[in-house]
Write a protein that binds this ligand. Structure first.
Ligand code: CMC
Length: 428
């Protein structure tokens, strides 16, 4: 057996399987021939030991707390870059030149308007609908409006639909908010930046001039950068799986939004702030820490723990710094921030969290910032979806461009009844 092969003996057969190496990160054992040679599948519910694809977009070293987009550390991107630039990077693999960034930004800006008929979709939802429910519906409906860009075999179509998705997501998200508060929809303003425009569409009203606060715009843009991509997380894997059947990109992104909604994933930002509100003051923290440790209590510290990070989530570090910037800019001071800092301190010094390597993740501090900016908690996961759209689209494009791409079709360990004869209703 050569050095770059793994050997497995199963069912009396010995199988040699190639070991594949990436540029960094763990090697993988290529098990694709295993079933043919042994008649056995591998078993990995939750994909804790399974790489589902090759990807050159994002790299995470969970033990070291490292997150790279196309090789660039998230901390550097958050400090020096913009969401438009990071979007270009994720989609194209390289940072843009000045001209490339200007062209890309112009293209995205020109796609921000929605087909007017889509506005009537919103009126079909109850006003108190969760905005993520509205997002699932309206984004899925985009494929009914933009079918001139749904030939996924055509790279030009893929590019146009990608641009449309990135550009229209802020408009759709802002309209979901406006609908929930009963205010008129605000059309995009192409003079503004991607993020400034989103803030205006969300918080502006026709009766008054809306002024974008630069510090808030910068913080929001940074939050978008921090959420832009995160390799093969649950929603991205959902987008890839949906896309692997040849489904159109709008439908695939709607599937990603549905997956993101869950509290174990993107829904955690909403849940984390609700938890902090419930805890309230630092003197009540220990009670919640005890509950999180109690195996008989389903309560978990929301915004804590991660499948991949077994160290501080680098996005949480930036997020924590951004809280102070936003507070300074808006001259506010939410006491929940003190509660969050104290909760982090108490949890990190507790052996339960240390042994299980549970640290704050991206969702722990984001809610405090979003709340200070003026978003209701129900919008938090919508903002995550808005920003993650570029990552989903980049990952979807990477998959479809791969000539060896196959439909995703996992197998199972069947535990149901064995074959039995149908019993007529009269005999049961
Ligand atoms: N509070 C208390 N205990 C926890 C927590 C938590 N937040 N997270 C994990 N644990 C415990 C868990 O009970 C388990 O203990 P044991 O080994 O004794 O059974 C151990 O840590 C491992 O947890 P797991 O659920 O097997 O780990 P996982 O990789 O399947 O789950 C997770 C990862 C993110 C779903 C989980 O940590 C969690 O539910 N966290 C709270 C929700 C959250 O903040 N999610 C946002 C993730 S980051 C944003 C994103 O990517 O969407």
């Amino acid at each position: 057996m050569s050095e770059n092969q793994a050997s497995l003996t199963a069912g009396g057969n010995s199988v040699d399987m190639p070991i594949k190496s990436g540029t960094i990160g763990p090697d993988v054992i290529d098990i694709r021939k295993l079933y043919g040679q042994t008649g056995m599948f591998t078993y990995d519910p939750g994909f804790t030991s399974t790489a589902s694809c090759d990807s050159a977009i994002t790299y995470i070293d969970g033990d070291e707390g490292v997150l790279l987009h196309r090789g660039y550390p998230i901390g550097q991107l958050a400090e020096h870059s913009s969401f438009m630039e990071v979007s270009y990077l994720l989609l194209n693999g390289e940072l843009p030149s000045q001209q490339e960034l200007a062209d890309f930004t112009r293209t995205i800006t020109r796609h921000t308007m929605l087909h007017e008929q889509l506005a009537t979709f919103y009126r079909g939802f109850r006003r108190d609908a969760h905005p993520m429910a509205v997002m699932c519906g309206v984004v899925g409906a985009l494929s009914a409006f933009y079918h001139d860009s749904t030939d996924i075999a055509d790279p030009v179509h893929r590019k146009i639909s990608s641009h449309r998705l990135i550009a229209k997501m802020p408009t759709i998200a802002a309209m979901a908010y406006k609908y929930s508060v009963g205010q008129p929809f605000i059309y995009p303003d192409n003079k503004l930046s991607y993020t400034g425009n989103f803030l205006k569409m969300t918080f502006g009203v026709p009766a008054e001039e809306y002024e974008v606060i630069p510090a808030v715009e910068k913080a929001m843009d940074r939050i978008f950068i921090l959420h832009a991509d995160h390799e093969q997380n649950a929603s991205t894997s959902t987008v890839r799986l949906a896309g692997s059947s040849g489904a159109n990109p709008f439908a695939c992104i709607a599937a990603g939004i549905a997956c993101l909604w869950g509290p174990a994933h993107g829904g955690a930002n909403e849940a984390a702030l609700n938890m902090l509100k419930e805890i309230g003051t630092p003197d009540r923290i220990q009670h919640y820490i005890d509950r999180a440790k109690d195996k008989n209590d389903p309560f978990r510290l929301m915004g804590f723990g991660h499948r991949v990070y077994k160290n501080y989530d680098p996005r949480a570090t930036v997020m924590q710094q951004t809280v102070r910037e936003v507070f300074d800019a808006l001259k506010v001071n939410d006491p929940l921030f003190e509660t969050a800092l104290r909760l982090e301190e108490i949890a990190l010094s507790d052996p339960y969290f240390a042994e299980k390597k549970l640290f704050p993740n991206v969702d722990f501090y984001s809610g405090i910032i979003l709340s200070a900016i003026g978003f209701p908690t129900t919008m938090f996961t919508v903002l995550f979806a808005l920003a993650r759209t570029v990552g989903w689209v980049a990952q979807w494009n990477e998959m479809i461009s791969d000539p060896g791409q196959k439909i995703g079709r996992p197998r199972q360990l069947y535990t149901g009844p064995t074959a039995r004869d149908y019993v007529p209703l009269s005999d049961r």
